[in-house]
Design a protein around this ligand. Sequence first.
Ligand SMILES: Cc1cc2nc3c(=O)[nH]c(=O)nc-3n(C[C@H](O)[C@H](O)[C@H](O)COP(=O)(O)OP(=O)(O)OC[C@H]3O[C@@H](n4cnc5c(N)ncnc54)[C@H](O)[C@@H]3O)c2cc1C
Length: 375
Amino acid sequence: MESVSPDYARAHVLIIGAGPAGTACAIRLAQRGVKDVLLVDSHDFPRDKTCGSGLSGSAVAALKALGAWGRIAPLAYPIQGIRVVTPAGHEAVSDGGEDRHAFVCVRRVLDAEMLTVARERGVRFIPHFKAAHPILQGQRWVGMEDTEGRVIRADVVVVATGAHCKWTLSTEPKYSVHAIMGWWDDVPYSPHCVEMIWYRALDGYYGWLFPEGGRRVNIGITYSDRVKEPGARELFTSFLDRHYGERLQGATQVGDWKGHPIVYGWKLGRLWSPGRIVIGEAGHMTNPFTSEGISQAMRSGIFAADALGDVHDGVKSETEALDHYESTCARTFLPSFWASGAFLAAARTPVLDAVVKATQSSFLKNTIGKALSHL
Ligand SMILES: Cc1cc2nc3c(=O)[nH]c(=O)nc-3n(C[C@H](O)[C@H](O)[C@H](O)COP(=O)(O)OP(=O)(O)OC[C@H]3O[C@@H](n4cnc5c(N)ncnc54)[C@H](O)[C@@H]3O)c2cc1C
């Protein structure tokens, strides 16, 4: 006789993955009065996540809507300027005036704080639960089993497992940007200013320096599948030598370099099936060029929670609410992805060099810097 594991836990909504998508969804469900929400993750928190940790204005707006910004703001480093270097070495600098719309908040801190907010709102959390197999009743998802055979049953399962997700529904093509990055102490940097450096070998993509506050910065590169060689470490080494050689001389590297893919799509396709909703990077909602994904993760988590809230309140059927979720994500995110794709195409030509070189006007240079910082 087949042995059936006894249920380990039960919830109304089970959220798999406690990154920004999963925690935003959990907090929003609590705001909507949906009870019995259980969040699980294969890790305990705080945990590291390979990420530049840049928070755009829309990420900050999402945190404010979730009532989490008050806790995170004192731990985030404000950004008001951007330095851009084109492939031919022309520079544009925008000081951003007194506006501080963007921040850097280390993911170890951001994700743990968001989880704390969720728990304070009554969401339960189970760490070290590595989801392995969905539990099905007919076509409907009714729970998840982990790698140790523990079963959690639920009415709805929200999939928020990030770039390496196994349970994405979309049949639309998925693409990856490669990234490698590291952390250093005591690299000289302009306070409150991020750097975006175009380097020809990255095929239109760029390298960055993000100050994390205090003595620490993170530096990394992204590049596409079209770059076949050299390997990631060689590419990163040549980028660092070319653009940061001098500034790294008195600096101390902190930990190892980390590589991680960024997964995106030009179309989103299906984001739900009966009993299953996919949010965040698991649903390919990442900017194809800037690699921004925190804001989309949180906002898709909020949209999904609102859909479940509407079902809970009896305002919409599950099909109506989740179809609306799907179309809201596409309408909200795809136009900026397509605009970024156009910028990437232009960055592969001499256009960026020509524009920055031709503009002696500081107004235009500032405008370029500002436009980039809003992509
Ligand atoms: C090098 C790099 C730099 C980046 N820089 C930025 C940036 O500056 N700004 C920005 O906005 N975005 C950036 N991104 C993108 C951003 O990191 C992601 O898009 C964002 O983290 C997606 O959030 P998420 O919640 O969907 O997934 P994640 O943050 O990946 O969270 C997924 C969670 O699910 C858990 N999980 C995974 N599998 C399982 C499983 N089987 N069972 C249980 N739990 C599981 C993981 O432990 C994790 O906690 C960067 C990405 C990379 C790789």
